[in-house]
Ligand binder design. Sequence first.
Ligand SMILES: [Mg+2]
Length: 272
Amino acid sequence: MKTIVFDTGETLVRDDRHWASWADWLGVPRHTVSALVGAAVAQGRDCTDALRVLRPGMDVGEAGHARAAAGRGEYLDETDLYPDVRPVLAELRTLGLRIVVAGDGTARAGELLRALDLPADLVVTSQEWGAAKPDWEFFARVLEVSGAEPEATLYVGDHPANDLFPAKSSGLRAAHIRRGPYGHWWADHPDVVEAADWRVGALTELPALLGGTGRRKALAAPSARPAPAVESTPPGEEPDRLPAETADLPEEAAGPPEEAAEEPAPPGPSRA
Ligand SMILES: [Mg+2]
């Protein structure tokens, strides 16, 4: 491996502040927004659907502009980073790896991320590129800045449909991290197990995997957990197995998957 490219939200950056600020802006309890985000995650929907449940028809981009105009726009600082980010990125660099941070986000988010002065060679967001995940153009840009061939470029992310599957479809290697709601909920889904070159519970596992023997699927033990309800994919059909596109509001959505309700996501990366 020559280049490691990191997703941002819930891979490097905790989304607590992001969702809390939306809750405050909309005047609803923070837990309400978090719970609705969880519902969207479990249904394989875009998590901004949580906002549209509260404000039907809401244009999230426009609302973001209104927040910024009111002086309540996006913000993040060192306290929003997961604690392993800075040391692990630095350690990976000492292994001679090129480090890129490239995730979905606004240009403002890009400015805020670069202000953190992370140990990375490049920090960029989807709005700055004009291409967002899971579109192939985003991963084409990833490969442009990688400086390495696809099979020597690893994309690390928490979201199966936005990170893992499109990265693999673009020929990259991919690691899934069990972090944040998408990461925890979907970690043991058979499609994730099958697609991921590596599955990790923390960034701290990466240096040994990448600087060591390079063994594949080191943590990809078979899952004992039933797959969350997701539209079944005929054998042989490629990705978009987990619906990622913003969908209609959940009036007509199916209820929570029974099997998932019976056996909620395990609390951490360890498996029996
Ligand atoms: Mg993410």
